[in-house]
Design a protein around this ligand. Structure first.
Ligand SMILES: Cc1cc2nc3c(=O)[nH]c(=O)nc-3n(C[C@H](O)[C@H](O)[C@H](O)COP(=O)(O)O)c2cc1C
Length: 183
């Protein structure tokens, strides 16, 4: 296999990546939503996740000010909403309204959860790290919910179609094929 060197946007070599919609809010409670594909699980016990948010995003200030966020997991039926939350800014657009999202009170954090998403992970920021042109917010998951019947320790990928970001405006999704690993 002949290889070519990549010099620009090298992180896209690590895509496709699952895509989430993170909710956050101002100190006086006004909500916003931002699409992210740069996030990762960090720990089972305590449950922890990291999100990488550019300081240019309106959501960056909200998460830094409030110290809480919710990772909402969309499936393919929310593709249009995912794109709105990833291309418009809460500085000038009420994305929640434009997406037609139903917000519900989170169990343990101030930012609301998106009812239409299949899972909601409520996070409290425990560490903030400058990582190049993004800020990594490390959150401890203080509560999590999932739609009944879709998750039995793992997602049922026959029922759930995740949104996978390939790069720019290109996306794909998970397939129906289930492979069981054996030794
Ligand atoms: C599929 C997708 C993935 C994205 N992933 C990230 C990300 O991981 N980090 C980030 O800072 N911005 C990411 N963005 C860009 C933000 O979602 C976008 O700039 C958004 O409009 C910012 O909204 P805000 O200004 O209301 O915070 C992504 C956009 C899309 C469409």
């Amino acid at each position: 296999m002949e290889k070519v060197e990549v010099k620009d946007r090298i992180s896209l070599l690590l895509h496709p990546r699952n895509t989430v919609i993170v909710t956050c809010c101002t100190v006086d409670g006004k909500p916003n939503a931002i699409t992210l594909s740069w996030f990762m699980p960090l720990s089972f016990k305590p449950p922890m996740v990291a999100i990488a948010v550019s300081p240019r995003r309106y959501s960056h200030k909200l998460i830094a000010d409030v110290g809480e966020f919710v990772v909402n997991v969309p499936s393919m039926n929310l593709f249009r909403q995912m794109w709105i939350c990833g291309t418009k800014s809460g500085r000038s657009t009420d994305k929640i309204k434009e997406c037609g999202f139903t917000l519900e009170k989170s169990i343990r954090v101030r930012p609301p959860s998106i009812r239409e998403c299949i899972a909601n992970l409520e996070c409290r920021v425990v560490k903030t790290i400058e990582t190049g042109d993004h800020t990594t917010f490390i959150g401890e998951v203080v509560a999590a919910r999932v739609v009944k019947g879709l998750f039995d320790g793992v997602f049922d990928t026959k029922k759930v179609k995740h949104i996978l970001h390939v790069g720019y405006d290109v996306f794909t999704t998970t397939s129906d094929e289930v492979l069981r690993a054996t030794t």
